[in-house]
Write a protein that binds this ligand. Structure first.
Ligand SMILES: *Cc1c(COP(=O)(O)O)cnc(C)c1O
Length: 426
């Protein structure tokens, strides 16, 4: 498989070149040159299905002979479904990795790939801006991997206390900085570093943000697996409800659908950041400043994978048939968090609550389809929001509990590029 740019201005590259480059030279995002339907043997093992789905995408890559090992190492995480009470719907719990958010699947896969592409252990800096969950997942995936240093930037005061603790608790080759600014500011600092050719001639930096193919491919693989599992159990295609910010997770589902997997409609739920719902309502894309909400990992005003959606769906009618997006206000998130234990017999995180609000809206409009709702993080990661609303303390999953035992440390970084530059050169 070769990879081209969404903007059409760069020659095709193989996977290894595209992974290392991160962004295409014309500023676009890498997309597969073709998406041919796949025929798969069902297996109840996610790594086994993932290796089959991804085989075509690794043709021509030095990693191809290791694909099965990479999938076994990175993707062997539990992926249970929990039925929602009195509903023709279930939660897909994507949060059983070490940092209790779905980003563990992709971060671990990316780390397994990059480590194998760097056998000489050439010092490489993974530079990542995070609104809360990406940084922790990337830190866990690269922690103590020889040859890698991770530099994490997060917006000071805008992540949950437990997210902040998690980001600062790794130590060793993980360097965590809190920036006095927003997530957009952190992303802008990262972009400046990638655009700084002088810096890049002196330090090898690589991105782990959600535009990386190394994150998109495994997300496609777990939706392929889940849709086959659903079809195997119910002889039907699965409709997916997905909490959405940068469009990485949902795009995985869209790609799996393009490969011919049994996926019906993909309904996205955003928080009060309404750029996607506006786009689906009007056809106009107008990036915004991000708003801070209760679902902070989706506080995105300009979804970084947007160009890939437009590349996949140049026309509006095909897009609207497969995909839709709605925005959910903080008051609705809080109300859903409070009601979910009685109504659905589940406790969810604020992001997953957005998807449940959308499910209620669908039912209110007469929709009778079966839905699988992506649960993107464990609610205990957002205890300061969830616990007061449900009136009790939540048990903390083991991996998260281990990290919370450790001391955490974040260095304060000024919100300007020269400050980041000197960190990267040190
Ligand atoms: C990152 C994240 C999201 C948003 O996922 P995208 O791929 O950016 O759309 C949703 N929920 C949680 C808990 C997250 O960490």
């Amino acid at each position: 498989m070769r990879y081209v740019s969404t903007r059409g201005g760069q020659g095709a590259l193989n996977l290894d070149q595209a992974l290392n480059a991160g962004l295409a030279s014309d500023g676009g995002l890498f997309v597969p040159e073709s998406l041919a339907p796949v025929t798969l043997r069902y297996s109840d093992s996610l790594p086994a299905v993932a290796a089959q789905v991804l085989a075509a995408f690794f043709v021509g890559s030095a990693l191809a002979p290791e694909l099965e090992t990479i999938c076994a190492e990175a993707l062997d995480l539990p992926l249970p479904e929990t039925p929602l009470r009195d509903e023709n719907a279930a939660l897909l719990e994507l949060f059983h990795g070490p940092t209790a958010a779905f980003k563990d699947f992709a971060a671990r896969f990316l780390a397994a790939c990059l480590a194998r592409l760097n056998p000489q252990q050439v010092p490489t800096t993974i530079l990542v801006a995070t609104s809360g969950d990406t940084g922790g997942a990337v830190a866990a995936a690269f922690h103590r991997r020889p040859g890698f240093r991770v530099v994490i930037l997060y917006p000071s005061g805008r992540v949950s206390a437990r997210q902040a603790h998690q980001l600062g608790a790794f130590g060793d080759n993980i360097h965590t900085y809190q920036v006095a600014g927003s997530f957009d500011d952190c992303q802008a600092l990262v972009k400046s570093a990638f655009a700084d050719q002088n810096l890049r001639s002196r330090v090898l930096i690589t991105s782990a943000n959600s535009i990386s193919l190394g994150r998109l491919l495994p997300q496609m693989a777990y939706y392929a697996y889940v849709s086959l599992r659903w079809q195997n159990a119910r002889s039907a295609s699965v409709n997916l409800l997905i909490p959405t910010g940068n469009l990485g997770n949902a795009l995985g589902a869209v790609l799996a659908r393009r490969l011919g997997l049994p996926i019906g409609h993909i309904a996205m739920a955003a928080n009060a950041n309404h750029v996607l719902s506006d786009f689906f309502a009007t056809g106009n894309y107008q990036p915004q400043q991000s708003l801070a909400t209760l679902a902070n990992a989706m506080d995105v005003g300009a979804p970084s994978n947007f160009e890939r959606v437009v590349w996949l769906f140049p026309g509006r009618s095909a897009r609207d048939a497969d995909l839709s997006a709605q925005s959910v206000a903080d008051a609705e998130i809080a109300d859903m968090l409070r009601r979910a234990p009685d109504r659905y017999a589940v406790v969810v995180c604020p992001h997953t609550a957005c998807a449940l609000v959308r499910l209620e809206r669908l039912r209110a409009a007469g929709d009778k389809r079966a839905w699988l709702v992506a649960a993107t993080a464990h609610p205990a990661k957002f205890e300061s929001i969830v616990e007061p609303l449900i009136g009790r303390a939540l048990a903390v999953p083991a991996g998260l509990a281990d990290l919370l035992q450790k001391p955490a440390y974040a260095i304060t970084l000024e919100n300007n590029y020269p400050a980041l530059r000197s960190v990267l050169l040190s």
